[in-house]
Design a protein around this ligand. Sequence first.
Ligand code: PPS
Length: 290
Amino acid sequence: MNQQRQKPHYSMCRGFRIPMGFPVTCFESGLSYNAQPEDNFIVTYPKCGTTWVQHIVWMLHHDGEPLPVGKDINLEVPHLEEVGADFVAAMASPRFIKTHLPYSFTPYCADAKYIYIARNPFDCVVSFYYHTKGFVKHYNFAEGTFNDFFECFIEGEVDWGDYFEHLLSWYDHRQDDNVLFITYEAMKADTSNYIREIANFLGSSYLDKLNNAEIFNSILKHTSFTSMSQDQSRWSSQRPKEMTPFIRKGEIGDWKNHFSEDKIARLSDKFRNKTAGTDIAMLWADLIPN
Ligand code: PPS
């Protein structure tokens, strides 16, 4: 007997599916936030390395100090669409702001900075599945299977919309002066180098801090997967204990444990169709199945 397909539940705002726990008014106001010259945005499609980079920028800004117990990274580097414009406007400058918005919806200021992190869609959908299953109050999808979620993802019927539309919207701006476009996989392969890249992009005062080996090593250590995984109970309290941890595996290629041949073919086809005429496949030349 065929089991009925489960779908995550969402609220809707301005055509976006959004997690049910996000106040629609905050999402709406987040879209109209007036970006300021000293703002630094960390932009991702969900599950592509946001939290990792939130911690890196926070530590860079705090001279290598790890996030103290009692502080919440999601209040320090808040999610624009979750907290809304007023919360972000009230923060001291320079602000560090998380967003999952596609380019055309992201508040723009020519002098603001935008760090975009892309991750291959195969690992992204797996990570997004565990996330959606885990945050019951946001999605009511605790019984959902990977098969169920995959169908929603490939149709773009998930929060923040279609993975490929998002990626393409930012890829088009990868060479803009105020955009740093990086991949999760490159960050994993050479984290030291990308901490420097991020610091350099934020400005010389940040890069200079990394001349201090203590600061540099502290950032490297405390933002490693191992440290963040051990520390996560301090800042991801919303997640029920029995659910998969938020900082889950942090691997490249975990999708191979979840994909059937049919799913490989379908997502590869969608990847090829959506990215035709671009060099996006080169971002993950060894990873994306032909
Ligand atoms: S969210 O909910 O969109 O903000 O999620 P996001 O932080 O973008 O992505 C979560 C995935 O990133 C992995 N992660 C890390 N990987 C490597 N190193 C570090 N330090 C790190 N921190 C988080 C996290 O484990 C999620 O990926 P998966 O594949 O699920 O493990």
